[in-house]
Design a protein around this ligand. Structure first.
Ligand code: GDP
Ligand code: CA
Length: 314
């Protein structure tokens, strides 16, 4: 069984490739929930939904998140009542949020509702939200404000300078059922090419997670989300400096530090291999731009091979 620490789109593109090289039923993704928000009375889980729609083959092809063949009638009608939906609400996507919100109101934990949603979409990869408890990523800006991650990223389009990032509620959050066991029992743990600060660090901020990734007998291998010194998409370049990390493939490897047994960088960053290896992290370069699924599958295969090499070393 293969465990993947997962944010949203970067992780979704990777996991889709991974399911071409190992059976989907052998893949368990532990998914960030720091981005989740309550909006127009609904519970929205952007990272869980991005992965679900990608794996179901129903993701919006240009946006890379949300549903394909989407319309926005409900969002438009909400304006009649003075609600300005600043967070995109597609009609098809809304059905997911409605079902989730109903079931949460009935008392089901998010991890159970997520099982229902993935089953309804025919997704065989198991998605586990890292915690069922309420947590949220908060952004401190240079002008002294404290914003929910989505207010910063969607509401303010990522413009404010960021000085700190934290997962509010983490102190009392517990890992969702199966999360720690998955990490300990896995044949390999893969850190997806996701945002290191607001996807991976927010997973590791849940008590017990960093310890589980640090002590699992499984090799831990990550894929760099930074290619040629730049983010492929998103805001990692704005957030890495706020946590004291360099915006480079090597900078992210150093940021994860001793959690990593192996690190996969893009061919464009092959010159950093020696620097990363000097930190005791086995490093290889390959194509990591997963615009087509064949590249994603080859990348996943390379990760598993590196994990096998590291397992044999120990
Ligand atoms: P989000 O929550 O939807 O932003 O998704 P993630 O946290 O999973 O991923 C965002 C990160 O994934 C960004 O830092 C991107 O640079 C990275 N990313 C996205 N697609 C790719 C890709 O094809 N290859 C690599 N190496 N990184 C990617
Ligand atoms: Ca996200």
């Amino acid at each position: 069984m293969y465990a993947v620490l997962a944010g949203g789109v970067g992780a979704a593109r990777f996991i889709r490739g991974l399911t071409r090289v190992v059976p989907a039923g052998e893949v368990v993704a532990i998914v960030n929930v720091g981005d989740d928000l309550a909006h127009v009375g609904l519970r929205i889980c952007p990272d869980l939904d991005s992965i679900t729609y990608w794996l179901a083959g129903l993701v919006h092809p240009e946006q890379q998140w949300g549903r394909s063949d989407e319309s926005h009638t409900v969002a438009h009608e909400l304006r009649r009542f003075g609600h300005e939906p600043w967070f995109t609400l597609g009609d098809r996507d809304l059905a997911t949020h409605l079902h989730r919100t109903m079931r949460l109101h009935e008392g089901l934990p998010l991890s159970r509702v997520t099982e229902e949603i993935t089953a309804a979409f025919g997704v065989e990869v198991r998605l586990i939200p890292v915690t069922d408890d309420p947590v949220e990523t908060r952004i401190t800006t240079a002008d002294g404000r404290d914003l929910h991650f989505q207010e910063y990223w969607v509401g303010e389009r990522g413009r404010p300078e960021v000085t700190a990032v934290r997962l509010a509620g983490a102190e009392t959050a517990r890992p969702a059922p199966g999360v720690v066991e998955t990490l300990i029992d896995a044949d390999a743990v893969i850190i997806a090419p996701s945002n290191p600060v607001v996807s991976i660090d927010t997973i590791l901020a849940v008590p017990g997670l960093r310890e589980a990734v640090g002590t699992t007998p499984a090799p831990v291998v990550g894929v760099s989300p930074i290619v040629g010194g730049e983010v492929v998409r998103g805001m990692a370049h704005k957030l890495l400096p706020a946590v004291g990390a360099e915006v480079s493939a090597a900078g992210v490897a150093r940021h994860y530090g001793e959690l990593l047994d192996g690190w996969v960088v893009d061919r464009q960053d092959a010159s950093t291999i020696d620097e990363i290896t000097a930190h005791g992290i086995a490093c290889v370069a390959t194509d990591t731009m997963m615009d087509d699924v064949e590249v994603a599958a080859a990348l996943a295969q390379r990760c598993l091979a590196l994990a096998d090499e590291r397992r044999a070393d120990t």
